[in-house]
Design a protein around this ligand. Structure first.
Ligand code: USQ
Length: 397
């Protein structure tokens, strides 16, 4: 297949590019390099040293003989260029990662909120409008998030995207209805992914676009089979308070002897998936495209659930790290349960990598190797969901 990976320079985008190229697909990277600009804005850098995207592509060609093509393009702003690109290359599939993906970054200030909404919603809508306009019948695979469901602890398993409900009509008869699972996003970032769902529903129904939405959990790990093949193919690794995600943060904190930063009681239960499984899921989803006219296919892309404090205690037990229970900068349920259905990927052959397999050492090894690059001042999470929470975090960092 000819595949365009939108956002192919990012944390999950880059390993996906390599995985698909390794399978023999012709892979194009479309990216505006915004993630690298945001590093500059925040004054942080990936724990792992990253080469330019052009250099990364050159190394991959040297190592494997397979070419990657990079196109510098801003999907939210360069609509006409993207449309022209689609007509020139006529891809079979588009994988859409091209969104600002950090919840804390999206809540920093009103500027960050509007940037996240403008960037994410425009990028998604531009992709859909261009596909409909050009008539290019590509399969669109989008990286969504488990966070669209919210964490309401009703004690029922979260289905894969859709909910069967019963409503009473005017004659008093009970009628069945299938609806998108009601969204309850917990940040502006998660809100944009909830909005994306409505855009997908509309374009699938109106223009027969073939769309898959992957509701992904929190990714941990850093390597995949392909990123290990050469030092300069290494993936980016975020540890800072805005972009670092919880388990990877705990692992690097343990490696540098920094007390593990649990927000609140740590009673938040979240869904997780290893990076290697993410890229495998994308491959499985690509091969299982919906037909034109079908509803959007939604998968829950996660493999296990964990409570934040249990993760911290587990890592403390393994490494001897201390655990710090801190004021929570986020407005979120202090405690929640989470049961998630993920039968579709399991039935397609996903064999999940779990935490219990000792793979966490992979991250600790990376953290130890590059510990000299860590700026300890960038570890605390300071972006607060409200002004009041911000003041509390400032008083007791
Ligand atoms: N947390 C801590 N300590 C930390 C960092 C986080 O206790 O040092 C807590 C947070 O308060 C939250 C939970 O851990 O309750 C998860 O936070 P996170 O930063 O690991 O994940 P989140 O903000 O939800 O976002 C990440 C990715 C996002 C993806 C999402 C999947 O950045 O792109 O969509 O995970 S999910 O969470 O399933 O929606």
């Amino acid at each position: 297949m000819r595949i365009a990976v939108l956002g192919g320079d990012g944390f999950v985008g880059w390993p996906t590019v390599l995985h698909l190229s390794d399978l023999g697909h012709e892979v194009h990277i479309i990216d505006n390099l915004s993630r690298r600009w945001i590093d500059t804005e925040l004054g942080v850098q990936s724990l792992t040293p990253m080469d330019s995207i052009q250099e990364r592509c050159r190394i991959w060609k040297d190592v494997t003989g397979r070419a990657l093509q990079f196109h510098l393009l801003d999907l939210a702003k360069d609509y006409e260029r993207f449309k022209a690109w689609l007509l020139e290359y006529r891809p079979d599939a588009l994988i859409h990662f091209a969104e600002q993906r950090a919840a804390p970054y999206s809540m920093k200030t009103d500027r960050h909120k509007t940037y996240t909404v403008n960037n994410n919603v425009s990028a998604t809508h531009n992709v859909l409008a261009a596909m409909a306009e050009t008539g290019i019948d590509a399969h669109l695979v989008h990286l969504g998030t488990m966070g669209v469901y919210g964490y309401s602890s009703v004690g029922a398993a979260i289905p894969e995207g859709y909910l069967d409900v019963e409503i009473e009509n005017l004659e008093g008869e009970k009628k069945g209805l299938e609806i998108l699972y009601p969204t309850r996003p917990g940040s502006v970032y998660h809100m944009t992914k909830s909005l994306d769902q409505i855009l997908f529903q509309f374009y699938a129904q109106n223009d027969n676009l073939r769309i898959t939405d992957l509701h992904q959990g929190i990714v941990w790990g850093t390597h995949t089979e392909q990123t290990r093949r050469h030092e300069q193919l290494i993936n980016r690794f975020d540890y800072d308070g805005d972009y670092g995600t919880v388990l990877n943060r705990f692992l690097i904190q343990a490696a540098i002897d920094y007390p593990l930063t649990v927000h609140g009681t740590g009673g938040q239960t979240r869904a997780f998936i290893h990076l290697q499984d993410c890229v495998r899921c994308i491959e499985l989803a690509l091969n299982d495209a919906p037909k034109a006219g079908e509803r959007v296919k939604i998968f829950n892309q996660m493999t296990e659930t964990h409570r934040v404090r249990d993760l911290a205690e587990m890592i403390a037990g393994l490494t001897g790290a201390k655990v710090a229970y801190l004021p929570n900068p986020r407005k979120e349920a202090a405690e929640n349960d989470l049961i998630v259905k993920n039968d579709q990927f399991l039935s397609l052959g996903l064999n999940p990598i779990t935490l219990a397999e000792g793979l966490m050492s992979e991250v600790v090894d990376v953290a130890k190797k590059y510990a000299h690059r860590i700026d300890r001042k960038r570890v605390p999470a300071v972006s607060a969901w409200t002004k009041e929470l911000g003041e509390r975090v400032e008083r007791d960092p």
